[in-house]
Design a protein around this ligand. Structure first.
Ligand code: ACO
Length: 332
């Protein structure tokens, strides 16, 4: 039998309607549009408002649309994987909630948490599942409701984040398409500089953790910045080299959208022309696991079967990595 590759056969995304602008943020904390645009490059971000609205709301919308778009019946789906750091609950999984909402009854469902690297780690996991030959249709959802873990009194973090989820259908193919290679890394040196301290088993929720705002993202921005800048470029170059890809061979680079300056540094170091790089941070901010599928979804009409695409991300852990994809279909 020929080797099976795992290929993306459809992509969707879901964004909340509410637009939180820099102007509105500057009424909440001491900041300005100018500071945020210069230091981070974000103009606005989407926020999921309302009571009892977890990330499964966006995941469900994305998966309902994905089933329609790919002509898939819910009973055909073998697995649902949700890469998120902001599940509705610690358990049950957001994946199982989304599956239930979408009538998916014959799939195994689980969440995986790798912060901003969730989508690329998820692709590698789904790649492994598809290669066993046992599964024909796997849905990978990736996204976060970052507004639920953002401290809107902290000007150093609140401009950065937004809410969104993307979803892809992954299927086997014998063609030379899909996930060709992945290079993933972790380094526990990232424990202190980037974390949400409380809410897990070490510091369960208490009055004190709530008072100290320890259920929100805290980071040493400069340390995170320094590591993200070098690692995203390094791993992108590594995977290109390992697959004998020159700058001319690559049609698209899709960097995690954390900060425009990190993206610029990745562009510079990989020497890819800017027009080959997907960038939408200005409109959506950092949606953590959601940024890469959100880019692919927006650029889908421009993608062509066989396009060589390099994805790269960096996030908490630290975790980082790169995936080399050969796109599976003409997007137009
Ligand atoms: N508005 C105005 N001033 C601000 C703001 C703000 N929103 N935030 C910080 N400042 C001030 C600081 O208080 C500081 O003032 P001071 O010099 O008087 O003390 C000054 O601006 C400079 O602060 P720095 O932290 O040095 O600013 P820096 O240029 O490093 O930018 C930032 C901060 C944007 C957080 C940057 O470090 C960064 O992007 N780091 C990467 C972090 C990241 O993206 N994390 C997301 C999760 S991980 C990931 O997705 C990769």
């Amino acid at each position: 039998m020929k080797q099976l590759n795992a290929v993306i056969t459809g992509i969707t995304a879901s964004l909340p309607d509410y637009v939180l602008t820099n102007e509105e943020l500057s009424r909440l904390v001491d900041t300005s549009n100018e500071w945020i645009m210069t230091r981070v490059g974000i103009k606005e971000r989407r926020i999921l408002k309302g009571e009892e609205q977890g990330i499964s709301v966006l995941g469900t919308e994305a998966v309902e649309e994905l089933l329609k778009k790919t002509g898939t019946r819910p009973e055909e789906v073998d697995a649902v994987v949700f890469a998120t750091s902001t599940p509705d609950h610690i358990f049950p999984s957001a994946a199982s909630i989304v599956a239930e909402n979408c009538g998916i009854k014959h799939a195994f469902c689980f969440d995986m948490e790798v912060a901003c690297s969730g989508f690329i780690y998820g692709l590698e996991i789904c790649n492994g599942l598809i290669k066993t030959g046992k599964y024909k249709k796997i849905i990978l959802i990736a996204g976060d409701k970052m507004s639920s873990i953002t401290d809107y009194n902290d000007r150093t973090t609140c401009p950065l984040f937004g809410d969104a989820a993307g979803a892809v259908m992954i299927e086997p193919t014998e063609e030379e398409l899909g996930i060709i290679d992945a290079k993933l890394h972790s380094d526990g040196i990232g424990y202190q500089p980037l974390q949400m301290k409380a809410g897990g088993s070490k510091y369960p929720a208490s009055h004190e953790t709530v008072e100290k705002a320890e259920h929100t993202v805290k980071q040493d921005g400069r340390v995170v910045f320094k590591h993200a800048v070098s690692k995203m470029a390094e791993v992108s170059l590594d995977i290109m080299q390992r697959n004998n890809l020159t700058v001319d061979d690559v049609q698209w680079l899709v960097p995690h959208q954390a900060n425009m300056r990190i993206i610029d540094a990745t562009i510079q170091r990989t020497e890819l022309p800017r027009e080959k790089v997907m960038i939408n941070i200005e409109k959506y901010g950092n949606t953590s696991a959601g940024t890469i599928p959100l880019c692919l979804w927006e650029w889908e009409p421009k993608l062509k079967k066989g396009d060589n695409i390099i994805l790269t991300a960096f996030g908490a852990g630290f975790s980082w990595g790169s995936v080399y994809l050969k796109w599976g279909y003409d997007g137009a």
